[in-house]
Design a binder for this molecule. Structure first.
Ligand SMILES: Cc1ncc(C[n+]2csc(CCOP(=O)(O)OP(=O)(O)O)c2C)c(N)n1
Length: 556
């Protein structure tokens, strides 16, 4: 019996996953993958049993984002696999390595109408880089190696593998074993492209850097500092790239991507050259920063840019981002006359935050919430920001100092990734505090994972901004239609709800309670849920203010 198990496909898959360095698999088993689930018992891999497969896919997504290694999620065929789709799509659109493995009906019945069968390979195809089914036991080593290689190689993304139920328990060929892991190395930047880019910068009147998620993936933080300090070029980040350039740096301009013309946009308005570093067009549409398609763009990324009529590349530099930045910095003489009025832009953001910090109204203003969250969190601590009006406030205002410390879904912009994501973040970075901030809509979409976190003893804090509404949609309706409908709801008692799981529950009843409660919860080493009423009348005030705002450019 033992010999037969040793040689099974299930066993070999597990050995191949160990060979890839997999430490965690997030998922729910089903009848059709009990052998694979069982084989994990004799491995170094910890299976995190969840309460909804969608949450497992978000956990794999965030684990992949924080570690640079593909996160792994697992489910049964049919409904289980379908539930993995959202997190797989989120990883794909956020350029994160993820491997989803599910059961499928056996080859003995998959060709005909049959219980729980849908074409899963076809279903995953549009949201993955590679989607395939294991058709023969001997293919396991190659398919698992390929899955990880494809998922992790730039541009990273999701991969799907279906394992038919009858194949899973078959014996494997004796010689089948995990393949050596080799890593795709970066190209050095091309000297001729560097020279052409240097030429563009030499003639620039005003240059600006846009740093995207690829800069964080490429560990370009230090090189970005060297580049911008030497050439005195200010740096904006995407929502996704938040933290890859420290927001407390004199050359920082803040995050680009808000739905209206934000302060940082004034920097782009004045620039004639954009140095886009690790930016993918999925992060936000280039028309927002280049509305007249008249700016020269230097695109530094490990692969060519997507085509867009507002993103016409003057020079593309493909290869390792830090090396490209250093080479370009070395090839250009610093200029003293770049002037994007960066200090003015920074001051506008700072004023908003400073006013928020001392605002004592209740329900609490978003600006005060952001200021208190920042005060409670260390520079290395991780905040996951869910999708909603909350994202707009956090992305614009939350000062971020390190890459991957403020995680936002901005490719797919899905709701409800942040609570399960917090569990994975704590596993990936056990020494850091992890806070998930979300709307009351997003919270109830995946709050069942509180049970997972408590059972698996993975502490985190969730802060819910309570407005009893799908706030972002209400905002947009009011902005564009002058009224809103079908967006309001009621909530359960969040404190009792948290306590019913065995978690700590807090309700903020006065503005001064927020910061101490956050601090207590973060120090608590358990799962804590904090419900805080938010004053979203600020939403319309913000878009009105930005709409009317006139930025006076000071001459150089
Ligand atoms: C899974 C999913 N469903 C719907 C949407 C569309 N959507 C974006 S934000 C939003 C409202 C979010 O409400 P809530 O979580 O309460 O946060 P708030 O906007 O109030 O801060 C909706 C419905 C989405 N992005 N993702």
């Amino acid at each position: 019996m033992q010999n037969q198990l040793n040689a099974s496909v299930a066993r070999l898959i597990v050995r191949c996953l160990e060979n890839e360095g997999v430490k965690y698999i997030f998922g729910i088993p089903g009848e059709e993958n009990i052998h694979l689930t069982d084989a994990l018992n004799d491995s170094s891999i910890r299976f995190i049993l969840v309460r909804h497969e969608q949450a497992a896919s978000f956990m794999a997504d965030i684990y992949g984002r924080l570690t640079g290694k593909a996160g792994v999620c697992m489910a049964t065929l049919g409904p289980g696999a379908i539930n993995l789709l959202l997190g797989a799509a989120d990883a794909q659109t956020d350029s994160v390595g993820l491997v989803a493995i599910t059961a499928q009906a056996g080859l003995n019945r998959i060709y005909k109408e049959s219980h729980q069968v849908i074409d899963l390979v076809a279903m995953f195809k549009p949201v993955t880089k590679w989607s395939e089914m294991l058709l023969t036991p001997g293919a396991v080593p190659e398919m698992v190696r390929k899955a990880f290689k494809v998922a992790q190689t730039e541009r990273p993304g999701a991969v799907y593998l279906a394992v038919p139920e009858d194949i899973e328990s078959m014996p494997t060929p004796l010689e089948a074993r995990p393949l050596p892991v080799n890593v795709v190395r970066d190209d050095a930047p091309s000297p001729s492209q560097i020279a052409r880019a240097a030429q563009v910068l030499a003639t620039a009147k005003n240059a600006i850097v846009l740093a995207g998620h690829g800069a964080a993936r490429g560990h370009a933080q230090e090189a970005l500092l060297r580049f911008s300090e030497k050439l005195r070029i200010p740096v904006a980040t995407t929502f996704h790239g938040k933290g890859v350039f420290p927001d407390n740096h004199p050359l920082a301009l803040g995050a680009m991507g808000f739905m209206r013309h934000d302060y940082v946009n004034f920097g782009f308005d004045q620039a004639d050259v954009i140095v886009a570093v690790g930016y993918d067009l999925q992060e936000f549409p280039p028309a927002r920063m280049n509305p007249h398609a008249d700016k020269q763009i230097i695109h530094i990324q490990r692969y060519p840019a997507e085509v867009d009529d507002h993103y016409n590349i003057a020079v593309g530099i493909e290869g390792a981002i830090p090396a490209a930045l250093d080479a370009l910095a070395a090839a250009v003489s610093p200029k003293t006359n770049f002037n994007l009025n960066g200090s003015k832009i920074r001051a506008l953001l700072q004023q908003e935050l400073d006013r928020g910090r001392v605002d004592s109204s209740f329900p609490i203003k978003p600006q005060r919430l952001v200021a208190d969250i920042r005060a409670a969190m260390g520079a290395d601590d991780i905040v996951l920001v869910d999708t909603g009006a909350i994202k707009m406030w956090m992305a614009r205002l939350y000062p971020t100092y390190k890459a991957n410390t403020c995680l936002i879904s901005n490719g797919l912009s899905t709701m409800a990734f942040s609570l399960p994501g917090a569990i994975a973040a704590k596993l990936a970075c056990p020494g850091r505090n992890v806070l998930a901030v979300m709307g009351d809509g997003g919270f109830l979409m995946n709050s069942q994972e509180i049970e997972t976190a408590l059972r698996e003893q993975i502490p985190f804090v969730a802060l819910i901004w309570v407005d009893e509404s799908y706030g972002l949609i209400k905002w947009k309706m009011e902005l564009e239609l002058g009224r809103s409908s079908h967006v309001d709801f009621t909530n359960p008692d969040f404190v009792k709800y948290a306590q019913s799981f065995g978690a700590k529950g807090y309700r903020i009843g006065a503005v001064d309670e927020l910061l101490p409660t956050l601090r207590t919860a973060l120090a608590g080493n358990t799962v804590s849920i904090i419900a805080c009423p938010v004053d979203y009348s600020e939403n319309i005030k913000l878009t009105d203010k930005l709409g009317e705002f006139e930025f006076v450019v000071d001459a150089a």
